[in-house]
Design a binder for this molecule. Structure first.
Ligand code: GDP
Length: 284
């Protein structure tokens, strides 16, 4: 079906002005797999690129049920309280697109979704290995161009996706919860090694003791691993997304990591290396 030509100038201008409807349209365009959309999507990205690069890119991963969604909502609210704007891209392996609308899990992050300073967007993973959508990187850049200070990418941890997510963000936060059966499992799979910050969630009620013990186990184990960044000791923060405790500490840990990354040009190096790997993957 022939489509009207996209006014890329208006779209790029709208994104940069922070127009949410146009931001959503722009993301739909860059995520599109339709051959007809490929050239305009690239054109749009070229126009937006000068406005990208300044956001804090945060990845959040963990097994289903660890509490990522609730935690991101709380963290998002905390970030907004600091006077910042936050975009959340949720890589949702189950989401399907029908006629342009996403029939995802709409009940997630409702509290954050109503905030003017927040933009939440499910990103269909289209069955791509590990669940990190191929176009998520582009969607992240579009959010940056729209002026969001923090862009959070949430991905379900299923083994290989963590490495892909780590290649997308400045800081990777691994969310664990006592009783979800992944205590210290991650170390074997190399996931903990990729994490810049570890959050042991559900530190509340009857699980508080288990959470503290798990955190202490992780702290010890992490001492034996190579740091994700020279001079960085991966912090393990206990928190409860449900009760809102430990959220400020988690944000502080993320900020400290940011401080170290920015201090000696490590952020620029990390991003350059990431770009190279994405380029190599694209060529493959
Ligand atoms: P996700 O699959 O990792 O995104 O996990 P969700 O955010 O959907 O949470 C899974 C379940 O754990 C839900 O029933 C939440 O209400 C619950 N949950 C999330 N965070 C906490 C927490 O800090 N404490 C407790 N007790 N439950 C939590």
């Amino acid at each position: 079906m022939p489509r009207p030509a996209i006014d890329l100038d208006a779209l790029a201008e709208g994104v940069r002005a922070g127009d949410r409807a146009l931001l959503a349209r722009a993301i739909t365009l860059v995520e599109s797999r339709q051959p007809v959309d490929q050239a305009p999507a690239q054109e749009l990205l070229v126009r937006l690129l000068p406005a990208t690069g300044s956001a804090e890119r945060l990845g959040v991963t963990g097994v289903p049920g660890a509490g990522k969604s609730v935690l991101i909502e709380r963290l998002g609210e905390h970030v907004i309280d600091q006077g910042l704007r936050v975009a959340v891209l949720v890589i949702d392996p189950s989401s399907r697109r029908t006629g342009g609308s996403i029939l995802g899990d709409k009940t997630r992050m409702q509290r954050l979704a109503v905030r003017n300073e927040a933009f939440i967007r499910p990103s269909p993973s289209s069955g791509v290995l590990g669940g990190v959508a191929r176009r998520t990187r582009e969607a992240l850049l579009v959010c940056e161009a729209a002026g969001y200070d923090v862009v959070i990418v949430e991905s379900v941890g299923v083994g290989q996706s963590e490495a892909q997510l780590a290649d997308l963000v400045d800081c990777l936060c691994l969310v664990l919860a006592p009783g979800t059966g992944d205590e210290l499992q991650g170390i074997k799979r190399g996931i903990v090694e990729l994490a810049d910050v570890v959050a042991v969630n559900k530190a509340d009620g009857s699980r508080l003791g288990d959470a503290r013990r798990a955190a202490s186990d992780y702290r010890q184990a992490l001492r034996l691993l190579a740091p994700s960044l020279a001079g960085w000791q991966t912090p393990v923060v206990t928190c409860s997304a449900l009760e809102g405790t430990g959220i400020a500490e988690l944000w502080e840990a993320i900020r400290s990591h940011r401080g170290l990354l920015a201090a000696d040009g490590a952020l620029a190096v990390r991003r350059r290396e990431q770009e190279l790997r994405w380029l190599e993957a694209a060529v493959d």
